[in-house]
Write a new protein. Structure first.
Length: 326
């Protein structure tokens, strides 16, 4: 089967597969009022996930990130990891989590085949962590990160959304932490969504400001790997950890796009922002639908736009990032 490619020559090696849109945190930039279900929660079943993974593995997907909401809220999360890792064409199995179950399950998930993990930690100040997430679980999450490092994960990343007036003074504390800890720290520029214009205007901080600070302190830009996401990664000879910056408002941010998304209810999203998704679930019911499913994937890639248009103030239809896995 030929690899998924769009009309701009971009090839897609990376799938972000949401398995639930439920989240137990109330992050101020995503779900400030907490999760509110809409209708019955008919998320993808294990058999549907297996058929989805199989189809994507046949069209060049090498990395799958299991996302949410909070993906580990699913009782069968370990089974999902195993389904992905058992596919020989998938070289990298990753997840993004708020870390609340990590301390108890890091070894179990590693043994099931999970190899990379991103943990959201928006501040190293427990009080600010609580203010941003709405949950007093800082110590629990940090124990989870230690457990992941002990379990042997190839790469442990920590995600922090940059928020002016909230965690923007935390950079020295973060840098001190990764001086002797092999963490990949990811600063993510706040993105405007349909529900967040006022919040965005109050708290947006340009990632370019952090980039300038890092470069002035001797951090250098790394060469990207084929399955890397959109982060610009930086390293420093005096630090065990690395830093990545995700700056969606930067020029040509979309030029290296290599990822697609499937929502927890089986819709393909060509972009995080620009469209409401294409139904795939009707073709996830039986393995003998694989050829038709792959044909639909190729047809949809022809519709992918060149950019997300965020820099023009167009947020698209996405109301909050939890709905399709960020």
């Amino acid at each position: 089967m030929s690899q998924l490619q769009d009309n701009f020559g971009r090839r897609f090696h990376y799938l972000r597969m949401s398995v639930t849109d439920v989240c137990n945190f109330k992050c101020s930039y995503c779900l400030p009022d907490g999760y509110h279900p809409t209708g019955k929660q008919h998320f993808l079943s294990l058999s549907e996930i297996e058929n989805l993974v199989s189809a994507f593995s046949q069209v060049g997907t090498q990395k799958i990130r299991i996302t949410g909401g909070e993906p580990t809220l699913r009782k069968d999360f370990t089974d999902i990891v195993r389904i992905v890792s058992d596919n020989p064409s998938i070289h990298t199995v990753a997840t993004t989590t708020n870390g609340y179950r990590l301390a108890q399950h890091a070894k179990e998930w590693f043994d099931a085949g999970l190899r990379r993990i991103n943990v959201s930690v928006d501040s190293l100040d427990p009080k600010m962590f609580y203010q941003i997430t709405g949950e007093n679980k800082f110590d629990e999450v940090m124990r989870g990160i230690d457990a992941a490092l002990t379990a042997g994960f190839e790469r442990v990343k920590v995600n922090a959304v940059l928020l002016k007036g909230m965690n923007d003074k935390d950079l020295p504390r973060f840098l001190n932490w990764i001086k002797n800890t092999p963490i990949d720290l990811r600063f993510i520029e706040l993105m405007e969504t349909g529900l967040g214009r006022d919040y965005f205007q109050a708290h947006h901080l340009a990632g370019a400001d952090i980039k300038a600070q890092l470069q002035s302190q001797g951090w250098s830009l790394d060469i990207a790997d084929i399955d890397d996401g959109p982060a610009q990664n930086f390293s420093h000879p005096d630090y065990r950890g690395r830093i990545g910056l995700i700056m969606p408002y930067a020029k040509n941010f979309c030029a290296t796009c290599n990822r697609l998304r499937v929502s927890a209810k089986g819709k393909l999203h060509l972009c995080l922002f620009t469209e409401s998704g294409l139904e795939l679930r009707d073709l996830l019911q039986h393995p003998d639908q694989q050829a038709e499913l792959i044909e639909r994937l190729h047809a949809q890639l022809a519709q992918k736009k060149e950019t997300h248009y965020l820099h023009q103030g167009i947020t698209g239809v996405t109301q909050h990032l939890a709905s399709i896995g960020g």
